[in-house]
Design a protein around this ligand. Sequence first.
Ligand SMILES: [Zn+2]
Length: 427
Amino acid sequence: MYKLILSLVLAVSAAPVFAAETPSYDQLLGQLTSVQGEIPLAPVADKAAFAAETEGRYWVTVKAADKRARTKLLEAGFDIVEINGDKVSGIAGPELMGLLSSKSYGLVEKTALAALVPDTKDFPSQDAIYHNYQETYDLLKQLASANSDIASLFSIGKTVEGRDIWCLRLNSSVKGEGPSTKPGAFFMGNLHAREHLTTEVSVLLAAWLLEHRNDADVKKYLSTLDIYIAPMANPDGSEYDIKTGSYQYYRKNMAKNADKSRGVDLNRNFDSWWCEAGASTYPGSDTYCGPRAFSEPESQHLKRFFEGRRNLKTHITYHSYASEILYPWGGNEADVPNDKDKRAFIKIATEMGKLTNYAPTKSSDMYVATGDSADWVYAATGALAFTFELEGRGFYPGAAIVKGAVERNIKAAVYLLSVTDDPYKVI
Ligand SMILES: [Zn+2]
């Protein structure tokens, strides 16, 4: 039925149809069922490389009675991945295991990471639906060329390793990086490397919007708004996470630190109470804030991107996983001082929560974490910036989760577009 409707829509509209090689949104999601079991097993994984990377790293559960205890753990360099009552779980390297095993912390259990990680090559065969860097770029290029009247692709800037941070722009009157006075929305995925579901949500949102470009509401947003979608904000880290033959549980960018360790946590590197609470100064840790605010090319490019587009009114940065929609502040326990903004944040987060089944939450109610991108975006530009923690149980939730997560998040994104012209109309 869907395909029938789509062909009717395309037949009666004057809009350009997809180029033959451009997969439709439906086809992209359709791969979900066809791909499983049909891809040959991955070649033998590079076990030596993986063992070297994961040596001494553990999945641990530690006692943390409240928000303060959680914030303290982040400061010690522990990346909190799950919160369950008075316990938290996450990944700890050798430098942290001693501390967490000491009397001042209550270590509940630990499992060697190597025992948990499935073997892969690129994405593992069962996760082949996920787009790696090249596939994401190819799809964005196809979408831009098949819709060249309203879509264009440009690079926000280059990463530590020289990859482009690609951004698809949907604007009926301006291409590339030209200025626009239309109210803007920016959707960003994959600031954290291992959170691959966030790339899928972003890139499939782009595919869906363009495929539905002649639906009345979408058509209105495409003609009146300035929409940006960057599915991979940390492509170096994302590629590193999948390239050695096994998932690496890798979070940061690929900076080479002074102490020879690797990576800065890009979501601790923004200049919002930089490196105060909930961030670590220890370069090897997952929550390392970097040598200074905006020390990293990726965060610098994003800073310039936001500062150069004062028409941006709304923003979502996608992370995984907690099924939450977070709004500022994250780096401070206070509410945002502007009451109008606060009410708009709560109302919009609540509405998007209904569409996704995610819990609308003030970010710092989970734990206090400074240097966060959404806090900085809101403080520096006034755009209403939300952090989505997508659904799932783990960083590698498999192919089956993609369809539902994408569909729910498209609804929330479309809702955000519906208020982007004037976010305060909701209060
Ligand atoms: Zn994240």
